[in-house]
Design a protein around this ligand. Structure first.
Ligand SMILES: [Zn+2]
Ligand SMILES: [Zn+2]
Length: 343
């Protein structure tokens, strides 16, 4: 048990490593931008433009770092530990329902296991038994397995019906946390807690993307794409000017190939992700819901108006939409949701 805890702790420390690498990479790219681009523009082209580019890049770097820090150090939206004390009746109900369901499943598994053992015992008792008795055993076994399969199909059907009609507003019980699990919340086995409005656990930012971190995750992608775009434009135009003699050729040589490639690749990959996450915000959808809500245009959704959907993630005040925040003032608590379910 102790070894398991030690292993989990080490795993959690190890999972923070990509986020540290992310910080180092962004810092390295900002330094490279000043060494290769700003210094060249300053000495060869226009001092004013060099200062403007430097200020822009430093602003973007600050916003990226601030977004990353707000995600890395923030509570991603843990389900409050005292939720079961605040809503005792709900807690008792979801716990009883869950135990009943688990009991049913456990009973079914036991039944299937005991039937399998019985069949195996009968078969091993007399290997030289006549064909008649073998047929009896086989027929008996197949009847039992059909019965078990029918029960399992019925139970799967029931669970499916619940998942499509009630899952979106249904409160569940989390056995790991011994607490109520609100709709849209999920248990993260890396954070070992239930997270409100849980999207996914992102190792690149070292935390879960949930109720408190979704906005900052979007801003991190947005500012990083913007910085990468600025870098890619400057590096590529530097190469172009170098080839056509406006800059000395040796200033934009193989040394700038790595930052050029990195900026371009980062821009293309992260800008697509920024658009995707932006669309999810406007549509009030999260990645973990895609499996049962089935896409952006499904009639099952949590969507209100586009403005309300944006406010639910980015905050009530539009002036702070592009500012990373630890606590986002907004008109929702992350626990109670209403859903549009049209069937
Ligand atoms: Zn949990
Ligand atoms: Zn997590």
């Amino acid at each position: 048990m102790e070894e398991r805890l030690k292993h989990d702790k080490l795993l959690r420390i190890f999972l923070k490593f990509p986020a540290v690498m992310n910080i180092a990479l962004l810092t390295g790219m900002t330094v490279a931008f000043h060494v290769f681009v700003v210094s060249n523009y300053y000495t060869q082209y226009s001092k004013r433009l060099a200062i403007v580019l430097s200020c822009m890049q430093i602003f973007i770097y600050t916003m990226c770092m601030w977004s990353l820090i707000t995600i890395f150090c923030n509570d991603p939206g843990f389900v409050p530990k005292n939720l079961k004390d605040l809503r005792p009746e709900l807690y008792q109900r979801v716990k009883a329902e869950s135990n009943q369901e688990m009991g049913g499943l456990h009973q079914m598994n036991e039944m299937t296991a005991s039937k399998r053992t019985k069949t195996a015992d009968l078969e091993s008792q007399d290997n030289s038994a006549d064909l008649e008795s073998q047929d009896l055993i086989k027929t008996d076994g197949s009847d039992e397995s059909t019965e078990a399969q029918d029960k399992s199909k019925k139970s799967k059907k029931n669970r499916k019906r619940v998942s499509t009609k009630e899952r979106m507003t249904r409160f569940n019980y989390c056995h790991d946390c011994d607490n109520i699990q609100p709709p849209r919340a999920q248990h993260c086995h890396l954070c070992t807690r239930c997270i409100l409005r849980h999207d996914h656990h992102c190792p690149w930012v070292g935390n879960c993307v949930g109720y408190n971190t979704y906005k900052n995750f979007f801003l991190f992608l947005f500012y990083t794409s913007f910085g990468a775009l600025l870098g890619a434009i400057c590096y590529i135009s530097g190469w172009y000017n170098g080839f056509f003699g406006r800059f000395p050729k040796d200033k934009f040589t193989i040394a700038t190939a790595i930052p050029t490639a990195l900026s371009t690749m980062t821009f293309f990959s992260l800008s697509m992700m920024t658009f995707f996450i932006g669309f999810c915000i406007a549509r009030n959808l999260i990645i973990s819901e895609m499996s049962y809500i089935k896409g952006f245009l499904s009639p099952h959704n949590y969507s209100k108006s586009t403005l309300e959907n944006i406010k639910e993630v980015m905050g009530d005040n539009p002036l702070t939409w592009f500012v990373p925040q630890f606590r986002i003032p907004r008109n929702c608590n992350g626990i109670d949701y209403t859903a549009n379910v049209l069937d």
